[in-house]
Every structure is written in structure tokens, then in C-alpha cells.
Design a protein around this ligand. Structure first.
Ligand code: PEP
Ligand code: MG
Length: 556
């Protein structure tokens, strides 16, 4: 038996067999003609730069943890990615064969690996595995950057394949790290629990994993030893541990803990249909944060009072082109229909930082969290923005819709967003389409938005406080950086004062105010939020009933 510590991101206990997440095992992708050769070359170049960055990080970590000699392997991989012959080879392949970047990288990888395999020297022969490793890394990054194949078509490079075929026993998935796009593709029915060696509790990946509602750990102190593959294990997502090959006593203790957890969950379902009201009669709305149509179903199952945040950008990830107006319209309309008159707040595209869609060709940035993201992207790409706003206006005819603009820092931005919304509506009406009314809100997730929250509130119907980014920007702490997690404190008095200020300013201007960041589900603060007069808390569907239970337990 071996016990490995980790940080819990989703509560629960899972018992099953470990499977390594095999993102690197993608076979040669289908040969697809490049729509535009120069675009494919740029995609390759972006993926290469990103791969070099990853390898530098791995080198530094390996050097620190395992010594210089062991770390050299990553340096060698990096050298290949800087080798002119290799780079020119891939580019030439794309140009001459007019194929997509993934295909060219895979083909060049095969050619090079075969060259090493045919060498007499044993050491050189072994280098073919390194070529494969580097090739797989670049291919994965190309896939995350916006694939030319759909996720379902990718041979072996996704989580579903890592878990074996349909009908096979679900597994505990062990991965180094997952990107938001990869997390999007995890198949809930085939994964019992998720264990990441890296990862951060505040990342979008963690939020996406939370939506799957399976026990999950990040920063787990476990190695990828071959003998662990298929080994029986327990993910203790309550105590923050991964137990490999548990002995009989530990197993029965954890089985009991699991039963206890499931009993508590069943008890929570008795709260379905009840109000979010304290014993003293104070009420608050509890709505759901979702990022996909499947999560709308989860919101309903957990008795959400509405959708407080539909993270629409997740619809743009893991694919090779933007969802069309028509596609978006159908998704939003179905969500509104399912929610049957309950408010659905659709946040417009919040791409950028860790949420990357390669086909948008956003600029490479030194500091993307502070860079070109959210409405900054939407306002600079009117065709993209209008398609989304038109979809929302059309869907609004089918229910109670609201639109939410992310990362706002000025009144001018709000006015420009509203003008675009008006333009979308007018164009639809001119074309004879049916549109519905759309309430308008802005995210308060930058200190600037807090400071001008009174002025912002005068422009809109509601404010929604995004505590994840607000904490990041107020404390100048990258929410993605695991080494800063210790300092990333949403309970910091500065953050709490900002929440108070926003609620007061919003109410003075006649707007309602909600919280949709992760802090909304933190029951140690619920009483404070009630005292402040927060109107709505929006949380992951799995947290709704727990929050309701806490609210109903407050005496006042
Ligand atoms: C937030 O920043 O709190 C928020 C809700 O937005 P996201 O987590 O998607 O950035
Ligand atoms: Mg945010």
C-alpha cells in the first residue's frame, strides 16, 4: 500500500483501477488538405513555441526534484524543437503536400524516428522514443489549439480513449495535467475519479472537473510507475489522498467513508423543491454555473433556480472553428426551454488566458491573464460578437434570457457592448426574425469594475461578481500558478471589501447583484453574503443543495 497526498478539487470517494491518461498515443491523424497553408504553418509555429515552454518548465522541475542528469532529457527534447532541419522539414511538408499541421508533424516524426531506429548504435536507436515523445507533445498542443479533426475522431488522444472502450469498467484517471479542452472531453461515464500530478485548484480545468462531479485531486505526489497502471486504488477526495493498492483495513475504512458520503448526498436530495431561506426568513437565490448543455440537465436535477452563469466560451473550445450563430442559437434556446421561464444568464465569449481556441489566432502574449481576453476580443471581432449576440437575441424569444459581459473595466466598454447588442437585435428584426427581451449585466471581476461599480450599475440590470478573477487581480496572484495557491485567498479583507462595495453601489443604482465566482459556494461566507444583501449566488450544480442546506440552517 502507498499513500500519496494531493489537493482536493471535488469531494467524494472512488474505488477502482488506475489508468494513465494517454494523451500522447494519438496515431497518425487523417490526411487532411490544409485550408490555408500559411495558417497551418503559423499553427505549427505556435505549438512549437508552447512545447518549448513546457519543456523548459519540466527541465527546471526535474532538475530541482531529480537532479541535473535526469533533467537533461527535457533539454534534449527542446533541442529537437529548435533544430532547423526539423523545423524546415515540417514547414516544407505542409507546403508541398498542402496538409494540416498535425499531419505534417506526425509524418515528420515517423520519418525521423525511423531514421534513429535504423542506426547501429544502441544509444542512438533509443532516441527514436524521444522523437516520438516530442512529436506527441506538439500534436497534442496542435489539437488543443483547435483541431482539424473533431475530438471524437482523434485516435487515442483523448480521455475517452484513455479509459478504454464503451462498456469497459470505468477507471481512475491519472494525468500529469489537463487543459480545459481536454477536461471538456472527459466522459463522465468512463471516469470514476481524476488525479492530476500538477494542476491548480483555481484553474478553469478545476472548474470543469467540478462540473463532472467526480472525486478529483490536483498536485498529487505520485509517479507514473509502470506497475501503477491497472492497480487498484482509492481516491479519497475528502481527505485529499490517493491510496495505491490499499490493504484490507484501509479499504474497508474507505468503503465506509464512501457509504457515509453517499448517504449525505441522498439526504441532500430531500431538499429538492424547498426554498433557500434561513430560519429567520431571509432569502437568497441559488442558481447554477454551467458550461455545456449537459450541465443544464445537472442544474435541473439539482433544483437550480436558474442559470446564473453560462460560460459560453466552453462551446468554442476543442474544435476547429467557432460555433455558428445557428449552433449557438439552438444551444441557448434549448437551455432556455429546459429552464422553463427561469432566468438563464449567458456570458459572452470569455476566451484568452488559459482558455485558448487556436482558430481565433489570438496573439501570443507574455502575460495572457492581463492580455487580450473576454470583451477585448469580442469588441475587436465584431463578426464574432454579433453572431453570438444574434444567437442570444433569437433564443430569448424562448424563455427568460440575460446577457453578461466579462472582464469589463469601463463604462465605455459597456456602452459599446450594448450598442452591439442593439445592432444584433435590429438586424434580426429587419430580417423578419423573432427576438425576445434580453436583460443585461456585467461581470465585476477587476478592481477597476469595483471602483466604478456605481457607474456600471447605472448602465445595466445587474452586476455579477466574479470572485475568481477578482481575487487574482486584486491580489496580483496568477490563479493558474500552483506555487501561489497558498497566497491566493478569496477571504482576503480586500476581496471582501470589494464585494461589499459592489453590492452597495449596485443596489444604490437599482441593479441587483449576484456572485458567480467559486466563493459563492463557500458556506463559511454565506451568512456574510446574506448580511450584505447579495441577491443571488451562482454555483456549480453539485453545490446547490449543500448551499441550500447551509442557508436553511442559519437561525436568523
Ligand atoms: C470569475 O472570474 O469569478 C468567474 C466566474 O469567471 P471565470 O472563472 O470563468 O473566469
Ligand atoms: Mg472570470
Amino acid at each position: 500500500m502507498r499513500v500519496c497526498g494531493g489537493k482536493r478539487v471535488v469531494k467524494g470517494i472512488a474505488i477502482g483501477r488506475l489508468t494513465f491518461y494517454q494523451r500522447q498515443k494519438a496515431g497518425r491523424p487523417e490526411q487532411r488538405p490544409a485550408a490555408d497553408v500559411e495558417t497551418e504553418i503559423r499553427r505549427f509555429s505556435r505549438a512549437r513555441v508552447q512545447a518549448v515552454r513546457e519543456l523548459e518548465t519540466l527541465y527546471r522541475r526535474a532538475r530541482r526534484e531529480a537532479g541535473k542528469e535526469k533533467a537533461l532529457i527535457f533539454d534534449m527534447h527542446k533541442l529537437l524543437l529548435e533544430d532547423e532541419t526539423y523545423l524546415e522539414g515540417v514547414e516544407r511538408y505542409i507546403r508541398q503536400e498542402r496538409v494540416c499541421a498535425r499531419y505534417a508533424v506526425s509524418a515528420m516524426g515517423e520519418i525521423l524516428a525511423a531514421r534513429f531506429t535504423s542506426m547501429a548504435d544502441e544509444y542512438m536507436r533509443a532516441r527514436s522514443a524521444d522523437v516520438q515523445d516530442v512529436t506527441d507533445r506538439v500534436m497534442r498542443l496542435l489539437e488543443e489549439d483547435g483541431t482539424e479533426e473533431s475530438a471524437a475522431e482523434t485516435a487515442g488522444g483523448n480521455a475517452a480513449d484513455a479509459c478504454g472502450g464503451p462498456g469497459q469498467e470505468p477507471v481512475i484517471l491519472l494525468a500529469e495535467e489537463l487543459s480545459p479542452s481536454e477536461a471538456m472531453r472527459l466522459d463522465r461515464d468512463r471516469v470514476l475519479a481524476l488525479v492530476l500530478r500538477q494542476g491548480s485548484v483555481n484553474s478553469h480545468t478545476a472548474i470543469l472537473i467540478g462540473a463532472l462531479n467526480i472525486p478529483a485531486l490536483v498536485q498529487t505526489d505520485v509517479d507514473f510507475l509502470p506497475e501503477y497502471q491497472g492497480m487498484r486504488a482509492v481516491v479519497d477526495g475528502i481527505g485529499g489522498r490517493l491510496i495505491l493498492d490499499p490493504d484490507a483495513d484501509t479499504l474497508s475504512e474507505l468503503e465506509e467513508k464512501k457509504r457515509q458520503f453517499e448517504r449525505e448526498r441522498a439526504e441532500l436530495s430531500a431538499l429538492i423543491g424547498l426554498d433557500n431561506v434561513t430560519a429567520g426568513g431571509r432569502r437568497i437565490r441559488v442558481h447554477a454555473n454551467v458550461g455545456s448543455p449537459a450541465e443544464v440537465d445537472l442544474a435541473l436535477q439539482n433544483d437550480a433556480g436558474g442559470i446564473g452563469l453560462f460560460r459560453s466560451e466552453f462551446l468554442y473550445l476543442g474544435r476547429d472553428a467557432c460555433p455558428t450563430e445557428e449552433e449557438q442559437f439552438r444551444i441557448y434556446r434549448d437551455a432556455l426551454l429546459k429552464m422553463a421561464g427561469k432566468r438563464v444568464i449567458i456570458r459572452t465569449l470569455d476566451l484568452g488566458a488559459d482558455k485558448r481556441a487556436g482558430y481565433l489566432e489570438l496573439p501570443e502574449e507574455e502575460n495572457p491573464a492581463m492580455g487580450f481576453r473576454a470583451v477585448r476580443v469580442s469588441l475587436s471581432r465584431p463578426e464574432l460578437f454579433l453572431a453570438q449576440l444574434r444567437a442570444i437575441c433569437r433564443a430569448a424569444a424562448w424563455g427568460r434570457a440575460a446577457v453578461l459581459f466579462p472582464m469589463i473595466i469601463s463604462v465605455d466598454e459597456v456602452r459599446r457592448c450594448r450598442a452591439m447588442l442593439e445592432q444584433a437585435r435590429e438586424s434580426l428584426v429587419r430580417e423578419g426574425n423573432t427576438v425576445g427581451p434580453v436583460e443585461v449585466g456585467v461581470m465585476v471581476e477587476t478592481p477597476a469594475a469595483v471602483m466604478i461599480s456605481r457607474e456600471l450599475a447605472e448602465e445595466v440590470d445587474f452586476l455579477s461578481i466574479g470572485t475568481n478573477d477578482l481575487t487574482q487581480y486584486a491580489l496580483a496572484l496568477d490563479r493558474q500558478n500552483p506555487s501561489l495557491e497558498r497566497l491566493y485567498d478569496p477571504h482576503h479583507p480586500a476581496v471582501l471589501s470589494m464585494i461589499r462595495m459592489t453590492v452597495e453601489n449596485g443596489h444604490r443604482a437599482g441593479a441587483w447583484v449576484g456572485i458567480c465566482g467559486e466563493l459563492a459556494g463557500d458556506t463559511s461566507l454565506t451568512e456574510l453574503f446574506l448580511d450584505l444583501g447579495v441577491d443571488e449566488l451562482s454555483v456549480a450544480p453539485s453545490r446547490i443543495l449543500r448551499l441550500r442546506s447551509a442557508i436553511r440552517g442559519f437561525p436568523r
